[in-house]
Design a protein around this ligand. Sequence first.
Ligand code: GLC
Length: 430
Amino acid sequence: MKNKLLCFCLVLLVSSVYAQMGYQPSSGNLEAREEFRDNKFGIFVHYGIYSMLANGEWVLENEKLRQSEYAKLAGGFCPSRFDAAQWVSAFKASGAKYVCFTTRHHDGFSMFDTKFSDYNIVKATPFKRDIVKELADECHKQGLKIHFYYSHADWGREDYPVGSTGKNTGRRMKENWDSYYKFMNNQLTELLTNYGQVGAIWFDGHWDQDKDFDWRLPEQYNLIHRLQPDCLIGNNHHLAPIKGEDIQIFERDLPGENKAGFSSGQPVASLPLETCETMNSTWGYNIKDDNYKSVETLIHLLVKAAGKNANLLLNVGPQPDGKLPVATVERLKGIGDWMRIYGETLYGTRGGIVRDWGVTTKKKDKLYVHILDWKDKVLFLPVTDVAIKKAFVFKDKSKLSFIQNKQGVILQLPELPSEIDYIVELQLKD
Ligand code: GLC
């Protein structure tokens, strides 16, 4: 009996020690998380040799192309009009605070100079320039953070254990997980060593393998945090966050939604949140896709994301020549023009009420009411936890009448709200 009790106590002790061995973010990492939340808006860039085929980044898989033929695209990849300064200036002018670039997508082509595969932009193309380096340097110069998208799945390498996609690329299959895992970690080490401070590593492709596949994420996450403790880790696995992750990603859904069909197994966590979305319908450049969302729709998305406490990571797919499509540049400018006037109602705020008519965001003693779609001159806000001192229209600071009671606040609007986002600022009592 005594022995049994001793054993039981030992098990308890070991398991509690083990539980405490979990990931402890550094103080710099915790600060980076808050800064990430404050930043609200980032630009996603899907660019690779697939851009030349102008049919999205999944063209190798979707068109059932052979990897050996596809790889020949590299020999013709020479984006003569690529100019990192132009890209970053356009991103910055949109009001975005960070850029997430596809360093290596599922096609397995590395858009950076790597010692661990010759299938890369410097060794395999006539361009011979490290786009990731030029972009990272320019982001650092212009004060934007650089994040790196990195695919876990690979449709070309022989050592990658073939998953649910990439089955038709005609590669020889010599599955060797240890070799592939080592390859990824070597590349991640390069990305976190040669490109200055990296804001985040953005993984994708986890969904390619069965649920019980062991990606050995804790060790990989550990490596990243060892190299750059402040670097945030996110993974587009469409699941609840896994230990070691610093942000939670949603694909084409705002947190809590499941419109796109990716988010059903994904409860909203307390980590900083990010929703990624395309500007048209595809991520990589697609010559037929002119299904662009309007500036108004994109601003609504950004505002709704903020109301749900999430960032918007808005995608652009540059052309084969390295230029951003004109439709993209116009939209970036349109969002930027709006952000210059109204950005302070989003940056640095935290989410609040989410209703059909819009959302609220909050920063210190200010509560911003974003009215996106409302047909009346009176609006009820279920705000009960704060007392309102003053209310006014954000754009011209004209005072508004309001009534506050136990149920909430009734706002009286001087006109029918008809702007992209009619913003009311409420000053709160301490
Ligand atoms: C999906 C796609 C991928 C794209 C990503 C962006 O996971 O597989 O092509 O890069 O979404 O969110």
